[in-house]
Every structure is written in C-alpha cells, then in structure tokens.
Design a protein around this ligand. Sequence first.
Ligand code: G6P
Length: 456
Amino acid sequence: MTRRIVVIANRLPASWDGEQWVTSPGGLVRALEPVLQRTGGSWVGWSGTAGDAPDPFEHDGIALRPVRLSADELDGFYYGFCNSAIWPLYHDAIVAPEFHRHHWQPYRSVNERYARVAAEALQPSDIAWVQDYQLQLVPGMLRAFRTDVTIGFYLHIPFPPIELFSRLPWRRQIIEGLLGADVLAFQTRASVQNFARAARRYGHAESVGRRELNWRGRSIKLQRAPIAIDTAHFETVASSEPVQRRAAELRHELGDAERIILGVDRLDYTKGIDLRLKAFAGLLETNRNEPRRYAFVQVAVPSREDVPAYQVLRSDIEQLVGRVNGDYGQPGWSPVSYLYRSLDLEELISYYVAADVMLVTPLRDGMNLVAKEYVACHRDQPGVLVLSEFAGAAEQLKSALLVNPYDVDAVTETLRVATRMDSAEARTRMQRLSRTVRKEDVFEWARDCLAMLEAF
Ligand code: G6P
C-alpha cells in the first residue's frame, strides 16, 4: 500500500473526554490506523460535539480534520435524515421511516461540507474512502470537486431490497451520489445485488456482469467485503489471567447458574432485544421446577437517545425485563440481569468468556461483530452461538445455530438445544466458526477493500 488514504466518516476516530482526545474503540479504527499511519493518511469526521469544531490536529500519528456541525444541523442531518429515515428504511422498515423535506435539506448541505473538507485534504492520486449511510452523497459531490483521486464507498449497514428503497422520496439523488464512487463495497451478496438493481432502475446504470456497472461512461466496481474484528487481540485478552478470573467471578455473581446466556447490543430496535427476552421467558416457563438453572445477561449500550423511537424502545424493554423477573424471579434471584451501559473491552470480554450461550438475534443487521467477538473468545472454551438469519454474519458463520428471530417459539427451542448441546458437537461447531473468524479478520478485510481501490 503506497497511496495515501483519506477516510471520510461521520465520526472522527477519537473523541474528547473533557481532558484529552481518546482513540475510539472499534474494529474500523484498529484496522485503519496502521495503514493511515504508514501512508501519512488523514481522517475527516465530526468530533461528537455540536458547535465549533477544533482546528485540524494530529492524533496517534494520523491527521484529523474535524467537520463542524451545529445543533440544528445535528437535529436535521443526524437525528433526522440519518437515524429517522435512512436507518429504519435500510433495516427492513422495522420502525416506520420518517421522510421530511426539512431533514433532506441538512443531509445535503452537511454531506457537501464533508465533501469540501475532504477535497482540501486530498492530494492528486490519493484514495478517498467514504464510510456509511450518513455520507451517501459525498462520493458524487467529491467527484465534482476532484477528478484526480480514486473514490471508494463502504456501506456498513444493509442496502435494502428495491421494494423498500423505492419508498425514498430522494432515491434518485442517493443513487447518483453513491455512483460517484469508483468502488462501492457492501457487507453481503444480497446488498450488492440490491444496490445493482436500484442503480439500474433509478440511476439508469448498466450492469456489466455481476460486480460491475457502467454509468455515464465510467466503470464502477461492486465488492462484497464483510467487515470483521481483530481476532488475535480478542483471543489473547480472552485467555489472559485477569479475564479468566473475572469470568469465574461473574459466573458466581450470577448465582452459579448452570447455563449463562448473554446478549450484547446497542439499544436499537433492529436488535430484536424484546423478542429475545420473550424467547428466554419461554425457556424459563418450561423449566419452572428448576428456577435458578438459567441466567440471562443483556448488556444494552445506550445509543441515539434523542430519537423518539429509541426512547420508546428503552421503556418497552425495561418493562419487559421487569415482567420476566417478576414472573420467574425469587427473593434474591432475578433470571434477567439488565445492564444499560457500555462496558470497557476487558469487562466485555469477561462476559463473553463467562457465557455458555451467546444470543445474537437482530431482526436485520449489516454484519454484527458481537457474534464474531464471541467466537474469538471461545476458541479454547465451550460455548454455543445462536445467530439470526438476518444478520450479515450469517453468510459466513454457518456453523452457528441459525434462527428466525421473529419466531419466538423457535428461538426458545433453539435456546433449549443450545443449553443442552453435548460438548463434542459444541466443540466441532466452535472450531469451524473459529477458523472463519481467524482467517477473515479485520486486517484481511482492510487489505481486500484497499487492494480493490489501489488497483483502480
Ligand atoms: C452502526 C453504523 C455506524 C455508527 C454506529 C453507532 O454501526 O453503521 O455508522 O457509527 O452504528 O451509531 P452512532 O449513531 O452512535 O454513530
């Protein structure tokens, strides 16, 4: 990799904690930091605070270029168009998308601001790599400013089927914005196909084979590149002494239940947390005579708390937790432990290690890295992954127990199977999953994506 890369993402890879800039956790930052450090690349993004943006500065050897967003822009662009229109529309319209013209306007102007900041940061023959649904107009805008760079776009969430996408009042503009890229990459084959179809219908692009489009005289490549994790890091931390000790302690704190079941998600309606709780209640119902046999821990990471749909969801889930604990708990014992907070990485990994069964049952998910993290933490220890068919990860993790998360009885039954699986079968399944998660890690993902852009 020799060409310089400028990443353009909604958020910067670091946030201000009141005293200093702290590198954000997460696979994308871990994977790209070394590449950007090596090639002298930079990162364009929002600092996470409304109002004035700091001047460009360097953090961890990467030039950061903050984009300013006012409180009003944040309302229309981020809470409005991104998270009340595109997010639900691209996730099967689980919650009804809201289309407002007064949200579209700031989406356009904020995308243009990102494109302008990026255009200034770019030098001839650099690679501009635009990330995710918040910035779908940036590729087209950037191409209007700079024709001397290669432009890539990576969508972290699903691209929806045309029956849903066609509802969007600005579908043509979004498609034209995306088609400004030279390479468009998606998590799954289904998303590649969905996008190609929408591009033909609303952009009048022509397909050249399955992975190429022709549009206004340009060739555009489509790529399937499932995002991944730093597997080796999770494996190492999981087998470390403090984590092993903490995991044993957690099991004890959870009443030494025979089987510990775990869910870890951002508190989002796409994650199916409510149906999952009902499925767990089903398991308790059929085991009334052994009330302390199962413990379920749900870690719910606070997210987008200013969006009304997220507020409603939080209160629904908390009511349900109360109901399940009321129905099946005993003095001093609650079957559901609900944590509304984020955990630091070592504590999170201790939960993964402690859990016998990982329940990952989103109603729709671009990938779901929690599933991969759990597998990485169980290379040498027993554990069963229950995974939704509707998570992108299901295309790769075929040895998990796959479920339709809407079918509550089927999830209960799968939980029963998972909690009783004999150790030989569990080990074989985990070994297969482990091989995939080791081979296709986040570094491999970054290499794949960047190789495609380099070749352009
Ligand atoms: C998803 C999106 C990301 C987003 C993250 C957290 O994973 O694909 O682009 O950053 O959720 O959401 P937030 O709105 O807090 O950035």
